[in-house]
Design a protein around this ligand. Structure first.
Ligand SMILES: *[C@@H]1O[C@H](CO)[C@@H](O)[C@H](O)[C@H]1NC(C)=O
Ligand SMILES: *[C@@H]1O[C@H](CO)[C@@H](O)[C@H](O)[C@H]1NC(C)=O
Ligand SMILES: *[C@@H]1O[C@H](CO)[C@@H](O)[C@H](O)[C@H]1NC(C)=O
Length: 466
């Protein structure tokens, strides 16, 4: 069921405001410009959040969405009507400790309630997007939990551009207008994903957009709003950034008090180039870093408790380096991005066969892991190998890489990708999929035991600071 609860503009060049001039803005109505004529009063007494001169929005009152965090939450403080002079500040003082049961960070480690939390698990983008019912989702997560996994990464985006689509989608587009789908075939479906993970004791890492065009992705925003194929407008165009913020808020706003969500990620594998391979010609690591800083700060301003990662592949920016993932050409500077204050942890992926390293996967991968461990220590933030895969010689190569994860002390790892065979249904096989009858599945079990054992016996003494 689609709900058209929310219809906002994300758009309009020249920073005009809403095409319909609202004097009272609807829930999630937003204004994107200094000369916004949309009115600064929100319907139903919802708070008006002034973000900056270019962006403001009607939000759900924290008092209706954050009951279990109660008084510690000042996430979307009420009534932030801007004064004529200084903009009111959004809550910036992030509590040093997240609420009970939330995953937090301490140095290079993840913690829950002051105790180290091992991050080991799998990617399963498909759990919410392939028509599974709640019980099937639980079964799929049970296959993952049986490896000893603690964390699953799964997609929190699915955009459509025709009303004709069947299946789950979280946002639909009509021209420049985007509409969040809060119905059962929309975010209501993701509620089931969260519940199914929780029933299996798993936490979720959830990217909110996609570099790739699967399930919509960045290129949909760019096409719909700017009628362009320049992928990097996603990172630079103010209206597109606002549209993404609107979506991010609509999605994550449902889960502000939910400890099953371990982290939000800004995107899956953001890069300068899109499906079309087009960029405006201006894209470079600074552009994506600026975008990440802005969007991560926005998310923190609404949801200060959940962790935030970029979700990138961990490319380094060392122009002239001998292999491509180190050269900075995709617009990612792993070390610089790890310095962004709202980014809580770093991610890197490992696909040497696709990165010009066929035949050299094992050794190249070991070095890639080692180099990210060095960055982890330097930045003193957790870093996870959050996707890795080869399609042949898996057992040998994965054994070596997972040993390297343990010996370098990388904070954690998630394989690409989990597979399930449910009665009458098999999860997608992209050549990397590990079903429960695979020998790799047994390797993952052993690895989870090793990683968890390393954490238990670790010399790190974490203390409750609160
Ligand atoms: C709507 O979906 C049907 C079935 O998938 C397809 O045959 C038809 O072409 C679609 N129409 C439009 C306008 O996309
Ligand atoms: C989008 O761009 C194409 C090609 O530049 C143009 O033909 C088309 O009219 C544009 N569409 C809109 C809605 O502006
Ligand atoms: C972004 O997406 C396209 C595929 O849709 C791809 O050509 C480009 O290399 C992508 N970058 C990645 C995978 O991050």
């Amino acid at each position: 069921m689609k709900t058209r609860l929310v219809e906002i503009t994300a758009t309009i060049f020249g920073f005009a405001c809403l095409p319909k001039v609202y004097s009272t803005m609807p829930l999630y109505g937003q204004c994107g410009g200094k000369s916004c004529h949309g009115g600064r009063t929100c319907a139903n007494g919802n708070p008006y959040i002034y973000q900056n001169d270019w962006y403001s929005q009607c939000m759900v009152s924290s008092h209706t969405t954050t009951s279990s965090i109660a008084s510690t939450s000042t996430t979307t403080s009420d009534s932030l009507e801007p004064s004529s002079t200084a903009p009111p500040s959004l809550p910036s003082a992030v509590p040093p400790q997240p609420p009970p049961g939330f995953v937090g960070v301490q140095g290079t480690q993840f913690v829950v309630d002051g105790v180290r939390f091992p991050v080991v698990g799998e990617n399963a983008y498909w759990v919410g997007l392939t028509g599974l019912g709640a019980d099937q989702m639980k079964e799929a997560f049970a296959d993952i939990a049986a490896t000893g996994a603690t964390v699953v990464r799964t997609w929190g985006f699915s955009d459509i551009t025709t009303s004709n689509s069947s299946g789950v989608y979280y946002q639909s587009w009509s021209g420049q207008f985007s509409t969040a789908n809060r119905g059962e075939d929309g975010m209501g479906n993701f509620d089931k994903v969260v519940a199914a993970a929780k029933a299996n004791g798993l936490r979720l890492i959830v990217p909110l957009s996609n570099n790739w065009s699967d399930y919509g992705g960045m290129d949909v925003y760019v096409k719909q709003i700017a009628n362009s194929t320049n992928h990097d407008l996603f990172y630079s165009d103010p209206d597109i950034k606002n549209a993404f913020k609107y979506y991010a808020h609509a999605f994550m706003g449902r889960y502000i008090t939910e400890p099953t969500i371990m982290a939000w990620e800004l995107a899956n594998e953001p890069r300068c180039k899109g499906s079309s391979g087009m960029t405006s010609g201006n894209c470079n690591p600074a552009m994506i870093a600026d975008w990440a800083r802005e969007v991560a700060a926005f998310i923190k301003s609404i949801d200060p408790y959940h962790l935030i990662g970029i979700g990138d592949e961990g490319f380094f920016n060392h122009p002239g380096a001998s292999t491509y993932p180190y050269q900075g050409t995709e617009g990612i500077d792993f070390d610089a991005n790890l310095q962004i204050s709202s980014i809580d942890f770093g991610t890197f992926h490992l696909y040497p066969s696709s990165w010009g390293q066929s035949g050299n996967e094992l050794d190249w991968g070991n070095k890639w892991i080692e180099d990210h461990a060095a960055s982890m220590r330097k930045a003193n933030k957790p870093v996870i190998l959050e996707e890795f895969g080869v399609t042949s010689d898996q057992l040998t190569i994965y054994s070596a890489w997972l040993k390297q994860v343990i010996s370098t002390g990388i904070t954690g790892d998630l394989i690409w990708q989990s597979g399930s065979r449910l009665p009458g249904w098999t999860s997608p096989d992209d050549g990397y999929t590990v079903y429960p009858d695979s020998p790799v599945y047994d390797l993952l079990k052993q690895h989870a035991v090793t990683l968890q054992g390393q954490i238990k016996s670790s010399a790190y003494k974490l203390t409750h600071t609160h």
